[in-house]
Write a protein that binds this ligand. Structure first.
Ligand SMILES: [Zn+2]
Ligand SMILES: [Zn+2]
Length: 481
């Protein structure tokens, strides 16, 4: 969380709310929001970190909230016996406050992926505040910038700056408020629950983060201090670290089934840690979908909760991308991967780059001892292959200097697809007037383009059985005719 709004921040003093007509620009991150900000003075982040000034680069308030307090909690836990009721409550409250972030802050407010009734909004704003990760308004604004400017310098928690930076560093080190990309949060400024939570953020944090979990354990089974340490402080620590993983782990670990131009990734481990936010490659492609996991067997408890709330009438208008659109993205990415794989293979010199040889030259060179063989108008140099020919030396030698098209295509032996592929890597020329060249000439004469299927890099795709050396078999059955 940047310097102008720390974890338990100065939200209530945000001058943006004094703006009578908040415009899209005004609701974005504005450097002059910070009263101590002087546009003439360079921001501390613009000066290099030295031994003399390093402490000025650190956001000490955030260090206290996200590192200091948890450490104190760990120490205190050594002297505080953990009662089973408190342990159960801490886990339950962990899920509630986690959901406040994932189902509330993230999918409801940052992405508008569904509508929530007022009671549900109040619940999510409360438990989300209990996770101590800033106000909804502040969190959603940064998150929208993260989606809009993913992996760029305007991304508030870009993983390109390192895994630790995207996890914690962006909060522990001061950020230049001018740097974060602008986003429109007019809708959030019009949501009374968001505005109320932002204005009363410190009260919400102390009540929902510490007082409420302590009260439940204290009034419920008399474990006041245990409730405070386990369901309060340590639970905050775990829920913070878990949700921070969406910014770090989800941009670092796993697959990219929909798009690999940016860092977001899908992984079940991240999903387990983040209440289902681990299908992050999908999420960055389809951010307004209320789901992160689209398969029934994938772990996305946040989605399940939203779905149950919709059945209970608490949530509505659950947004879902059509599976046709999702599958299109998946197929395109698969195609890209396939093209990359294909590009790494040797398919032989493209025919249009091969020299054109006269038939007589070809025969002459073969007579002079070069192991040349012509199949379908393409000349191949098989000198080094003669001894390895699975059908024996004699058979291949009998084709040298001749048109071996029919021999190769069933006259002597109907060669396999793999044999056609291998042959293509040996090609050295095309015969003038040979089959492939003939087709080009005819197409040019008739002023037609020859449309081959090409991959991303413009290379012709050779599907199995479509090699130039492969000649169509004549139709032999009466019914086929
Ligand atoms: Zn992300
Ligand atoms: Zn998101």
């Amino acid at each position: 969380m940047p310097s102008h709004q720390p974890v338990a921040g100065m939200a209530a003093k945000d001058p943006e709310y004094m703006d009578p007509q908040p415009s899209a620009a005004a609701s974005a991150s504005e450097p002059n929001r910070n009263k101590s900000y002087d546009p003439k003075k360079p921001h501390i982040t613009e000066t290099p970190i030295t031994r003399a000034n390093w402490y000025k680069h650190v956001n000490w308030l955030n260090v206290f909230f996200i590192i200091g307090i948890p450490m104190l909690g760990c120490v205190a836990a050594c002297w505080t016996p953990l009662r089973w009721q408190t342990a159960v409550w801490a886990v339950i409250y962990y899920f509630w406050t986690g959901l406040g972030i994932t189902a509330g802050y993230h999918r409801l407010w940052a992405h508008k992926s569904y509508n929530a009734s007022l009671p549900l909004k109040i619940f999510l704003a409360g438990v989300g505040g209990g996770a101590v990760e800033g106000s909804i308004r502040w969190w959603s604004r940064d998150h929208r910038a993260h989606h809009r400017y993913t992996d760029t310098t305007k991304d508030p928690y870009s993983v390109r700056k390192g895994l630790m930076y995207s996890h914690l560093g962006w909060m522990v080190m001061k950020q230049n408020p001018k740097r974060i990309g602008r986003t429109d949060i007019t809708d959030l400024n019009e949501d009374p629950v968001v505005v109320w939570q932002h204005r009363n953020y410190i009260k919400v944090v102390f009540f929902m983060g510490l007082i409420f979990p302590t009260l439940v354990a204290g009034l419920g089974w008399g474990d006041w201090f245990g409730g405070y340490i386990y369901a309060g402080i340590l639970r905050i620590f775990f829920v913070q670290q878990a949700t921070f993983c969406v910014n770090s782990l989800a941009h670092w670990l796993g697959d990219q089934p929909f798009d690999d131009r940016n860092s977001p990734r899908d992984h079940v481990i991240t999903a387990l840690v983040t209440l289902g936010e681990g299908y992050h490659n999908f999420h960055h492609e389809f951010p307004s979908d209320y789901r992160n996991a689209i398969e029934w067997h994938q772990y996305d408890p946040t989605k399940w909760c939203i779905w149950v709330w919709s059945k209970l009438g608490l949530a509505s208008d659950l947004k879902q991308f059509r599976s046709n659109e999702i599958e299109k993205g998946r197929v395109q990415q698969l195609q890209k991967k396939l093209d990359q794989k294909r590009a790494g293979l040797d398919w032989g010199v493209p025919l249009d780059q091969l020299p054109v040889i006269e038939w007589d030259d070809y025969v002459e060179q073969a007579k002079n001892g070069r192991g040349l063989i012509a199949v379908a108008g393409v000349v191949h140099d098989v000198t080094d292959f003669i001894n390895e020919h699975p059908g024996g030396k004699a058979l291949i030698k009998s084709g040298l200097g001749k048109d071996a098209t029919s021999m190769f295509n069933g006259g002597v032996y109907l060669h396999s697809n793999a044999a056609h592929n291998l042959l293509s890597t040996l090609r050295v020329g095309v015969i003038r007037g040979g089959m492939e060249v003939e087709i080009w000439k005819r197409a040019q004469r008739e002023n037609k383009d020859i449309n081959f299927v090409k991959d991303d890099a413009g290379n012709r795709i050779i599907r199995a059985g479509q090699q130039v050396t492969k000649v169509e078999q004549p139709i032999v059955t009466a019914t086929a005719a």
